[in-house]
Design a protein around this ligand. Structure first.
Ligand SMILES: Nc1ncnc2c1ncn2[C@@H]1O[C@H](COP(=O)(O)OP(=O)(O)O)[C@@H](O)[C@H]1O
Ligand SMILES: N[C@@H](CCC(=O)OP(=O)(O)O)C(=O)O
Length: 379
């Protein structure tokens, strides 16, 4: 079954998806890495890549796989034991992903993040640039929390939250959360066999939140449905839809891309563009402005291109890399707002210059564009 809304959301060409796969699914309910299932998801991700979709994979399962390798049958309570298990299991996880992606000639990259990495401004910007570069290179980043160094109060714990923040970070169109149940039910199907699947809801919907309820989980994962619904709300802030479904459904990812009716689809309440605008506008206050020449103002308005330094004729204010600036035309009329890749001092030095000249002037080129189109919202 498919409908046009799901087709539009699932469309894989020129899209960016973050796909998160939970512990229970990945490790055959703790019995050890499910290599057949992993091969199946990789085959599907390869099909999506061929359709033009950029993918970031968020893979849980390090603790569960580490426990399995160490012969532990019970999840240890002691944090340091969980951290040790994660370090052991992470080896198996990345090896499994890498070897299966390699059969399709695709490279993977291990990205381990902590809460701090996404809160500290410089590290956040570095993580964003590296992930973007990996996508540009056609590599599939395999992300997990850096469990070995993340300490108790400041860890994500569940990878649902991490996946949503990664979706914000890379400005994904869709966050896919694959779990061991068919989606979000109106009550926990583990406790209530008569529970009904919720097919679609808006992020923030109170019935959806209530259905996801507490944090009861499969036992191997953490967070249960509550963290998945909260993750959908976080992802919606940057305009991404979230699709929660069973990773055991045959060809689940390909079926999503063709608009299948499976799982639970959580949509940003105010529509993608409006959400992105609110997110960009709400994220930071404008710290300065760039005056565009007529050519740059036209290409931004007409083709939504990135802004290059060569099209900027004046720079006002004082801003750091990654801060929000306004773009105005030569008459001072607002054209766009966006997150700038250079400081105000650098921008003053490179305005009106081509990318080759920027390298000569600064001695480096952090990003070829002054504002990347992913971080630009037209007004
Ligand atoms: N309303 C609900 N709908 C579906 N599953 C629910 C619901 N409430 C709680 N759950 C539980 O959430 C579990 C999935 O969460 P979790 O174990 O954390 O998975 P993962 O490892 O995929 O992150 C399900 O196995 C189910 O027991
Ligand atoms: N970073 C942890 C994820 C912990 C976890 O339980 O996540 P999840 O299965 O997604 O709820 C790991 O790899 O074991």
């Amino acid at each position: 079954m498919s409908d046009s809304r799901r087709q539009a959301i699932g469309k894989a060409d020129h899209r960016r998806w973050v796909v998160k796969i939970g512990s229970a699914l990945l490790t055959n309910n703790g019995a050890g890495l499910d290599r057949d299932a992993i091969a199946g998801w990789v085959d599907q991700m390869n099909v999506l890549r061929e359709q033009g979709c950029e993918l970031v994979l968020v893979s849980s399962g390090a603790v569960a796989e580490g426990m399995n390798r160490l012969g532990w049958t019970q999840r240890p309570h002691q944090l340091v034991a969980q951290q040790a298990a994660a370090a052991v299991g992470q080896m198996g996880l990345v090896q499994a992903w890498e070897s299966h992606f390699q059969t399709h000639g695709l490279h993977t990259a291990q990205v381990l993040l902590t809460h701090d990495d996404l809160v500290n401004r410089t590290r956040y910007l570095n993580a964003r640039s590296t992930l973007r570069k990996l996508l540009e290179l056609g590599v599939v980043p395999v992300v997990n929390e850096n469990d070995t160094v993340a300490f108790d109060e400041l860890r994500f714990g569940d990878n649902d939250t991490l996946a949503a923040l990664v979706a914000n970070l890379v400005e994904a169109d869709l966050l896919v959360i694959l779990t061991d149940k068919a989606g979000v039910y109106d009550s926990d199907p583990g406790q209530n066999p008569g529970a009904a699947l919720i097919s679609e809801a808006e992020a923030g919907n109170t019935a959806l939140r209530a259905a996801a309820g507490s944090t009861s989980s499969s036992g191997l994962g953490s967070g249960g449905m509550a963290t998945k619904v909260a993750a959908a709300e976080l992802a919606a802030r940057s305009g991404a839809a979230t699709w929660i479904a069973s990773g055991r459904e045959e060809r689940v990812l390909e079926r999503m891309a063709s608009g299948d009716g499976l799982g639970t689809l959580v949509l940003p309440a105010s529509g993608r563009l409006a959400s992105r605008k609110q997110w960009l506008a709400g994220q930071l206050q404008s710290k300065g402005s760039l005056t565009l020449d007529a050519g740059a103002a036209r290409v931004l308005r007409e083709s939504g291109s990135s802004l290059l330094a060569v099209g900027v004729s004046a720079v006002e204010g004082s801003f750091r890399r990654g801060e929000l600036v306004s773009c105005v035309d030569s008459q001072g009329r607002p054209v766009a707002r966006g997150l700038v890749n250079y400081t105000s001092d650098e921008a003053r030095r490179i305005m009106g210059r081509t990318t080759e000249q920027i390298e000569q002037l600064l001695g480096y080129v952090d990003e070829p564009e002054l504002i990347h189109r992913d971080n630009l919202v037209l007004l």
